[in-house]
Write a protein of this length. Sequence first.
Length: 243
Amino acid sequence: MRVRAVLFDLGGTLVDEKDFDGWVEIARRFYLDLDPDKVRHAFLEVETSEDALAPSVAREDRLIDFWQKTLSRAAGKEVDRATTTKFMAAVREEERPVRLYSDARRCLDILRSEHRALGVVSNSTSEATVRRMLDRVGILDYFSRIVSSGTEGVEKPDPEIFRRAVTRMAVAPEEAVFVGNLAQTDAKGADAAGLHGLWLNREGFGYGDDPPEITSLLEVPLYVRRLESGERAGRSRVADSAR
């Protein structure tokens, strides 16, 4: 089998949009005295717990719920919905820092040198928004296709958004790998569409096999080669091949 395409999630995978210090400063405007480390831990805990739940309400409502839980955990007290909504509006008004993860460009360079098509599938406001973000960090030119839930009207983990992406890249689902930082929304969602889902767990140890788990984008090319050799491997076996 030849892996002809590798697709990526955006935030938390290729770029880091998290601004814990900035969020703490914004929260103070609403009389919330938070610690950046507590916000970080709360954010990651809520992200993990929410990923395990099937989407049941509109995206904006889910975002409000997400931030209400995150702020409440970080504050150690219940933060009301009105305050959460004001906090989110203030965050959106700020110019967000966007940083390219240090392992991203090297991963993309290797995959491109192996003549694999590259794409992005993101739960985001629009394709134009994704393009601007990729351009800001200098990697837009790597990608032949960009698919955004806001433009498509369907979002991960719905298999349809993955199918649209591979169809537009003219590859079969089984010829594509999808890499994302959420086990269910990204990796399992891609699996359901027939792609090979790969979970990038930067906070973990990388030994999971369901879904296959890695801790760095530098493991992606190794994983792809393993697939082509007939193996579906988590980090333990991928890491062995890198030695």
